[in-house]
Design a protein around this ligand. Structure first.
Ligand code: B12
Ligand code: SF4
Length: 547
C-alpha cells in the first residue's frame, strides 16, 4: 500500500551526484509518523519518461497524494557554476539589460526546473494522467520565489493548473493535514492565499521540535552514502544581508539526534552527514550538546557544515571540540575583511582576529586529520570600498591556508507583503535606505550605496576570479559544498576527497602537480562512479515494488 509518493532532488548539480536533499525526507517522515505509507523518489529530475513508469510501479490504488519538494528545483542559470545571481536566482544583473532577456530569465525561474510554460503544463498534466485523481502538492524554499514572480507577471496562464497546492514555509503539519483531508475527510485549518489562480498554504507559527528524519529501507541508502542531517532551523545571528530564518530559530534535541544517528548506522551503516543547518557555530551551548551527542555514539561519524568564526574566537577550544567529533569540511561565512562593512551587517569581529582564526583552523586541522576550509565572501556590502576589496584580493593571493574561496556579489530579495511572516526578510531587504542604498531597482537588478555599486562589485569579483584561478593552494569556486559530501558518498576517504577537489574540474592548473591526462582520467572515473551509483539506486528502488 502506498498512500503518498514524494519526489525529491537537487536539480542541476549532476557531477557528481549530490547528496539527497533533506526536505522531501522530512515530509515523508511526517507522513509516516501520521500512519501513512509513503515512497520517495530521490534524484527524480534525472529521469525523463522513466519517472512516470517508476511512479506507476510504486503507486497502488490508495495513492492519492503526490508531494514534490521544490527547495532545490531551480532553473539551470541560477545554480552552481551556472549561477548568474545567487540570492535572487533571477540572474538578471549579469545579463545585458534587455527586456526580452529579463522576461526569459523570469519565466525560467517561475517554472523552476521545467523552465518553460509549455514543459510545465505538459509535465504536471502527465502526472495527473499517470495518477488520475491524485492531489499534487509542491512545497519547499523555492515556493517563495514562485510567489514573488507570480505577483509580477501579467502573462501567466495555466501552466500550474494541475497543481492543487503550493506550500510556503515549514511543511510537516500542513502535509499531514492535507493527507488527513484526503484519507480521513477531515477539515484542514490552512492559512490560504490565492495568487493568479494558484493556491498557497502556509503555517505562520513554527514552534514544534525539529523532527528526526525517518528513512525506511526502500530509500535504498548505500553503505558509504552521506545523508542530510538537520540539527537546527534558522540562525541566531541575523546578519543584515541574510534572510535565513530567525523567526523559526530552534535546535534538534540531543536524544532525537542520537536516536536518528544510531538508527541510520544500524540500518544503513551511515557514518557521514551533510549538515543542513544555516550555521553550526551560532551557540556555544548547542555546540556542546551536539558534540556530546556525537561523542556518546558507539561508532564515529564525519560531517560537513556551514559555520562562522566569531564564537571560535570567543571559545578557543570550540574548533578542537568539533574536530574531535568528525568535523571534516566547513563552509565559513567570512563575507568581508572591512571592519566597517562587517560592523554594518553584524559581522563585527575584527578582520585581524578573523584571519588569525582561519590560520588557527588550518594549523589545528593539519595536526589532526585534515579539514577542507572553504570561506565565503560577499562583494559590495554597505561601507565596503574598492580599496578594501583590492586588499582582500591581495590577502587571498598571498596566503596558503584556505582550501577554497567562494565569492558572491551582494544580492537581496525584494520585499513582498504576501510573504511577510513566512520568509524572514533580511534587514537590507526590509529597509535598504537605512543601510545607505541610494539607488535600487530589482528589474534589472541594480544597487548603489555610498561606497560602491553592483557593477564595480561584479568587476572586482571577476578580477578576483582571474587572480585566483591558477592559485597554487586555494581553489576558486564554492562547489565543495555539494562536491565534498558527494565524493565521500562514493566511498573516498577525507584525504582522497580533498585531493580530488584540488584536482579541479574546470580551472586551477597549479593546484595539484599531476599531468593533464591523469587529471582528466581521474575526473572521468569519478563521474562514471557517480553515474553508476545513481543507476544502482534506481534499480534498487524499482526492486522495492516487489517487497
Ligand atoms: C544545504 C543547502 C544547500 C546545499 C544542498 C546540498 C544537499 N544535497 O542538500 C547546496 C550547497 C548544494 C545548496 C545550493 C544552493 N542553494 Co542552498 N541551501 C542549503 C540550506 C542551508 C539547507 C537546505 C535544507 O536541506 N534544509 C533543511 C530542509 C528540511 O529544509 P527545506 O528543504 O526548506 O524543507 C522544509 C520546507 O521548505 C518544507 N518543504 C520542503 N519540501 C516540501 C515539500 C512539500 C510537499 C511540502 C508541503 C513542504 C516542503 O518543509 C520542510 C520542513 O519544514 C538552505 C537554507 C536552509 N536552512 O534551509 C539553503 C537554501 C535552500 N539555498 C538557497 C540557494 C539560493 C541555493 C543556490 C541557488 C545557491 C547557488 N546560487 O548556487 C543553490 C541552488 C541549488 C539548486 N539546485 O537549487 C536558498 C533558496 C532560496 C529560495 N527561496 O529559493 C536557501 C533557502 C538559503 C537562503 N535563505 O537563501 N544549498
Ligand atoms: S549569514 Fe550566516 S551567521 Fe549570519 S544570519 Fe545568515 S546563517 Fe547566520
Amino acid at each position: 500500500m502506498t498512500h503518498a509518493i514524494v519526489l525529491n532532488d537537487v536539480a542541476y548539480y549532476k557531477h557528481p551526484t549530490p547528496t539527497r536533499a533533506a526536505g522531501g525526507h522530512v515530509i515523508a517522515s511526517a507522513l509516516r509518523d501520521s500512519g501513512y505509507e509513503c515512497k520517495i523518489i530521490d534524484w527524480f529530475t534525472f529521469l525523463d519518461e522513466e519517472l512516470f513508469d517508476t511512479i506507476k510501479s510504486l503507486a497502488t490504488d490508495d495513492t492519492k497524494l503526490l508531494a514534490i519538494s521544490a527547495t532545490f528545483l531551480a532553473p539551470k542559470e541560477s545554480t552552481g557554476y551556472n549561477a548568474l545571481s545567487e540570492a535572487t536566482g533571477l540572474g538578471a544583473f549579469r545579463l545585458p539589460v534587455s527586456k526580452k532577456i529579463d522576461e526569459a530569465v523570469f519565466e525560467k525561474n517561475l517554472y523552476m526546473w521545467l523552465e518553460t510554460e509549455e514543459r510545465c503544463k505538459e509535465w504536471f498534466g502527465r502526472l495527473k494522467e499517470v495518477l488520475p485523481g491524485v492531489t499534487i502538492v509542491l512545497g519547499g524554499a523555492r515556493i517563495s520565489r514562485v510567489v514573488s514572480l507570480l505577483e509580477k507577471t501579467n502573462y501567466y496562464l495555466d501552466a500550474y493548473k494541475d497543481v492543487d497546492y503550493f506550500v510556503l514555509g515549514e511543511g510537516e503539519r500542513i502535509i499531514t493535514q492535507i493527507a488527513d483531508s484526503i484519507f480521513k475527510d477531515t477539515k484542514p485549518v490552512f492559512n490560504i492565499r490565492e495568487i493568479r489562480g494558484c493556491t498557497f498554504l502556509a503555517e505562520l507559527t513554527q514552534t514544534a521540535n525539529i523532527p528526526r528524519i525517518y528513512h525506511t529501507k526502500d530509500a535504498c541508502i548505500s553503505p558509504n552514502e552521506w545523508l542530510p542531517l538537520e540539527i537546527s532551523r534558522g540562525c541566531r545571528f541575523n546578519c543584515a544581508f541574510c534572510n535565513y530564518e530567525k523567526n523559526v530559530y530552534r535546535k534538534k534535541d540531543k536524544k532525537t539526534l542520537v536516536d536518528e544517528l544510531t538508527r541510520n548506522y544500524e540500518l544503513f551503516g551511515t557514518q557521514g552527514y551533510n549538515l543542513t543547518a544555516d550555521c553550526l557555530t551560532d551557540s556555544k551551548q548547542y555546540v556542546d550538546i551536539f558534540c556530546d551527542a556525537l561523542s556518546s555514539l558507539y561508532f564515529s561519524v564525519d560531517f560537513s557544515a556551514y559555520a562562522r568564526v566569531d564564537l571560535l574566537w570567543k571559545y578557543g577550544d570550540m574548533f578542537d571540540q568539533l574536530l574531535e567529533v568528525g568535523f571534516k569540511a566547513g563552509w565559513f561565512g567570512v563575507e568581508t575583511f572591512n571592519h566597517d562593512a562587517g560592523k554594518a551587517v553584524r559581522k563585527g569581529l575584527h578582520p585581524d582576529k578573523v584571519k588569525e582564526i582561519l590560520k588557527n583552523i588550518r594549523y589545528k586541522a593539519d595536526k589532526h586529520e585534515g579539514f577542507w576550509l572553504l570561506t565565503c565572501l560577499i562583494f559590495g556590502l554597505p561601507k565596503e570600498t574598492i580599496q578594501s576589496l583590492e586588499d582582500t584580493l591581495q590577502w587571498y593571493f598571498n596566503q596558503k591556508i584556505i582550501d577554497e574561496v567562494s565569492v558572491s556579489v551582494l544580492d537581496f530579495a525584494e520585499f513582498s507583503e504576501n510573504l511577510e511572516g513566512i520568509t524572514d526578510y533580511s534587514d537590507i531587504s526590509n529597509d535598504p535606505k537605512k543601510f545607505g542604498f541610494t539607488k535600487l531597482s530589482f528589474s534589472p537588478f541594480f544597487w548603489e550605496h555610498g561606497t560602491m555599486n553592483i557593477t564595480q562589485a561584479t568587476e572586482l569579483k571577476d578580477k578576483f576570479r582571474d587572480l585566483m584561478t591558477d592559485h597554487s593552494y586555494t581553489r576558486f569556486g564554492g562547489g565543495a559544498t555539494f562536491e565534498y559530501p558527494a565524493i565521500r558518498s562514493l566511498g573516498f576517504t577525507h584525504k582522497q576527497t580533498t585531493q580530488l577537489l584540488k584536482n579541479k574540474f574546470v580551472v586551477g592548473k597549479n593546484l595539484i602537480n599531476i599531468d593533464k591526462k591523469k587529471k582528466k582520467r581521474a575526473n572521468e572515473a569519478l563521474l562514471d562512479m557517480s553515474e553508476k551509483r545513481l543507476q544502482t539506486y534506481y534499480e534498487n528502488l524499482l526492486a522495492t515494488t516487489n517487497l
